[in-house]
Design a protein around this ligand. Structure first.
Ligand SMILES: C[S@@+](CC[C@H](N)C(=O)[O-])C[C@H]1O[C@@H](n2cnc3c(N)ncnc32)[C@H](O)[C@@H]1O
Length: 275
């Protein structure tokens, strides 16, 4: 049987398809972020920042709840989409193009920053990851929180993993097939592929494919990274269920982690990191 032909496409250049595919669940994530702020926050304002904000699905949820929102993304298409959707709801936010590993929001200081669904793993080197955490630290008020969600790598029990789901909005149906190849402990990379089947109002489906490489972290590698930025202190761990009543220990029997890091009053030094 002939294999269906997938056209190469950068999913992140197509915010609508990204948003339809990923937005279900945004409300639960926003509720969780608010719960984290009241459980672990020590600053008292309502200013939130999302590095790598994508289509703005979470910024929209937070703005609807009365937060003053700011976000940035590498892709102009994502930033435009996020800005327009806030405007469409009569809301506003500070949205701009910027890089996770090198951003500076000037005198802006936030009570909460968040980066979920593994965006952080797009930073492919330790230097970029550390630089990102230091930029976040500088952007937070003392006592401000950074909520960082990603997958830990299991270098031992390796195998291909897949996820498939379908989502629909206004007659556009997006079927997402995500595949992750085993992480490589030498290169600290894992390959991921998204295959999308997009159907507009029941028409013949369009088939698209995007591939990425993600940086991988096991528990030890994560701990070394956190040690390199002492000005962000790890105060709690949750997982992708986003249940405030179910905190976890940071252990390697569980691979989805949502870390809560709190900005300490003193800044991080220029400590080196091995590996
Ligand atoms: C998985 S999406 C997550 C979007 C959003 N945070 C969410 O929860 O839906 C990853 C986003 O990271 C952005 N991105 C990737 N590398 C980046 C970088 N170095 N700096 C800024 N944004 C980046 C992509 O353009 C994409 O919008």
């Amino acid at each position: 049987m002939p294999q269906p032909r997938y056209r190469q496409l950068d999913w992140y250049e197509h915010p609508l398809y990204y948003d339809i595919g990923i937005a279900p669940g945004s409300e639960d994530e926003a509720v969780f972020l608010e719960e984290v702020l009241s459980a672990h926050g020590r600053s008292e304002g309502f200013r939130v920042l999302e590095p790598a904000c994508g289509s703005g699905r979470l910024l929209l949820e937070m703005a609807k709840r009365g937060y003053e929102v700011a976000g940035f993304d590498a892709k102009e298409a994502m930033v435009d989409f996020a800005r327009r959707r806030l405007e469409a709801e009569g809301l506003s936010g500070d949205l701009r193009q910027a890089w996770m590993q090198d951003f500076d929001l000037g005198a802006e200081r936030f009570d909460l920053a968040f980066c979920l669904v593994c965006s952080f793993q797009h930073l492919l080197s330790e230097e970029e990851a550390v630089a990102h955490l230091r930029c976040v630290e500088r952007s937070l008020k003392p006592g401000g929180l950074y909520v960082l969600g990603f997958h830990l790598a299991d270098y031992v029990h390796q195998g291909l993993s897949r996820e498939r789901w379908v989502a629909e909005r206004d007659g556009v149906e997006v079927t997402c097939n995500l595949s992750f190849w085993p992480p490589d402990p030498c290169t600290r990379r894992e390959k991921a592929r998204a295959r999308l089947k997009v159907r507009h109002h029941g028409a013949a489906p369009e088939l698209y494919e995007t591939t990425w490489e993600f940086r991988t972290y096991d528990l030890e590698e994560l701990q070394r990274l956190l040690d390199a930025v002492p000005g962000l202190r790890h105060v709690a761990t949750y997982d992708f269920r986003y249940e405030i009543e179910s905190p976890r220990e940071l252990e390697d029997d569980h691979l989805d982690v949502v870390l809560v890091l709190r900005r300490e009053p003193f800044p991080s030094g220029a400590g080196a990191i091995a590996g």
